[in-house]
Design a protein around this ligand. Structure first.
Ligand SMILES: C[S@@+](CC[C@H](N)C(=O)[O-])C[C@H]1O[C@@H](n2cnc3c(N)ncnc32)[C@H](O)[C@@H]1O
Length: 355
């Protein structure tokens, strides 16, 4: 294969950024809702229905059509493609949430390097490229989002869309957590809206959902209680995972897509709170991306960009060795890794050290 001309490479990067920002703007203007499900419509009609200047729309839609995101039949007529229609589903929420909460602050990272004389990876949850870019230093990304109900909804919808694409069951034997004893089977710590527990309950019918608990920040628990994903019998509790875990000796504690939001130091604090509640036979399940130590053009690139996407909030995706390190510092040991099929996700199973 002929190697890419370096100037073409640079132009290709610029093109992707322009296309990405253009699609985000098109979504912001609700253009996709204004396009007919079938057929095309004129820029003038779109301008009326979206209340956006026709010449601005024309420039945005021209690039979007040129990149294959929209259909253009003549200079003035635009319609949907299968891809743009898919952005009317939660895939669009995922893209917009990623743009606003991750791409946008990461885009400003080079500016942040100068502004804060950065020479180390961001690790503070409150003073990082995200809080700096949004003028909210001193707050975590969760606090920033929680202060704006619409943004919180969009954030959670976006995460929900991402989570739906990830395999949850079929590669870990959750049935082995069952117990006749009077103790919880599973505590989903920082469990969001409950997609994880919802999928497990649906696939593992012998597990009693009333012995499962979803914990999260109060504003997220409020949304989870609408039970879009969470089965009726599962208990919900507002709990801060930086404080003592109130449910002792559960068969398993799970952190799904949680450790990747935090620095090693904070992850160790979260894990120590769980270790303090665990019994000898309790399992800790860390469900997250597993980064390979070497990434090439075929393998591991998704894990590598997901890791960078978390840099603005001071988080990171981890390799096996990095998981072993934080577990060890919290008095835990890595027992086994269960990689999810066709995905960069894995379940890292751990237990109390020397049990
Ligand atoms: C990336 S989301 C993952 C949600 C869910 N586990 C999933 O897999 O979809 C991280 C979750 O951590 C929660 N969270 C953040 N800080 C928390 C804290 N101090 N205590 C408890 N939950 C927290 C957020 O509200 C959010 O639901």
């Amino acid at each position: 294969m002929a190697s890419l001309d370096p100037m073409e490479h640079a132009k290709g990067l610029i093109e992707k950024v322009m296309e990405t920002a253009t699609i985000r703007s098109i979504l912001k203007f609700n253009v996709l809702q204004a396009l007919p499900v079938n057929g095309t419509t004129s820029i003038q009609d779109l301008s009326k229905s979206t209340n956006v200047q026709a010449s601005l729309l024309e420039r945005l839609l021209r690039l979007a059509a040129g990149e294959g995101f929209l259909l253009q039949t003549n200079q003035n007529e635009f319609g949907h493609t299968a891809i743009s229609k898919a952005y009317l589903t939660p895939i669009g929420d995922f893209f917009s949430m990623s743009y606003d909460e991750s791409m946008s602050p990461m885009f400003k990272f080079p500016e942040y390097i100068d502004a804060r004389s950065v020479r180390e990876e961001p690790s503070s949850p409150t003073h990082n490229p995200y809080s700096w870019a949004w003028g909210q230093e001193g707050k975590t990304s969760f606090e920033v989002v929680a202060a704006q109900p619409e943004r919180l909804q969009a954030f959670q919808r976006g995460l929900g869309a991402l989570a739906r694409g990830d395999p949850i069951t079929g590669f870990y034997d959750f049935d082995k957590l069952d117990t006749p004893e009077d103790r919880a089977i599973l505590i989903d710590v920082g469990g969001g809206h409950g997609q994880f527990i919802g999928s497990i309950v649906a696939a593992h019918t012998k597990l009693d959902p009333s012995k499962m608990i979803l914990q999260d920040r109060p504003e997220t628990i409020e949304i989870a209680r609408k039970r879009e994903f969470l089965p009726a019998q599962v208990k919900t509790v507002a709990h801060d995972f930086f404080t003592e875990q109130p449910v002792k000796a559960a068969r398993a504690y799970c952190l799904r897509k949680v450790t990747h939001d935090w620095s090693d130091e904070d992850v160790v604090k979260i894990l120590k709170n769980l270790a303090g509640a665990m019994a000898k036979d309790s399992k800790l399940l860390l469900v997250d991306v597993l980064v390979p130590t070497r990434v090439d053009t075929h393998e591991g690139r998704t894990a590598a960009w997901m890791d960078i996407a978390l840099m603005p909030v001071g988080g990171k995706e981890r390799t096996k060795e990095m998981f072993e390190d934080v577990l060890d510092k919290a008095g835990l040991q890595l027992d086994k890794i269960y990689p999810a099929p066709h995905s960069e996700q894995a379940i890292v199973e751990a237990s109390l050290k020397g049990r």
